[in-house]
Design a protein. Structure first.
Length: 116
């Protein structure tokens, strides 16, 4: 996996943002599938808070004033967060198919352990 970071973000509509990455790739992404859990609920429920998304100086990804952020590799490669259930995973796969970037099933690889 190549090293990437988000260098610019612009909110567009709904939960869609336009991102620019350090390698020059520009991509519009619907963040709705990532905005789950306690830290993201205020962002989901407050359009003004969602639109306050930014790239902090010295950081490598997008974040919000409440401390929430999303890993840049998740955004770049369309990774499915481990906590997503199957319905959300399907939504992510469909989104990636539309974006043209190959789907990678998970950011975490768990080795299989053989028990004897």
């Amino acid at each position: 996996m190549k090293m990437v970071k988000v260098i610019d973000v612009k909110p567009l509509h709904g939960f869609v943002v336009s991102l620019e990455f350090s390698d020059g790739l520009r991509k519009d992404i619907d963040l709705e599938i990532y905005l789950h859990g306690e830290v993201f609920e205020p962002i989901r429920n407050d359009p003004e808070l969602f639109r306050s998304v930014r790239v902090e100086k010295g950081e490598r990804t997008i974040s919000w004033p409440n401390g929430a952020d999303i890993d840049p590799y998740t955004l770049y490669y369309g990774l499915i967060p481990e906590w997503n259930d199957e319905d959300d995973a399907l939504a992510a796969a469909l989104e990636q198919r539309r974006s043209g970037i190959p789907m990678i099933p998970s950011a975490t690889v768990k080795p299989e352990i053989e028990v004897r």
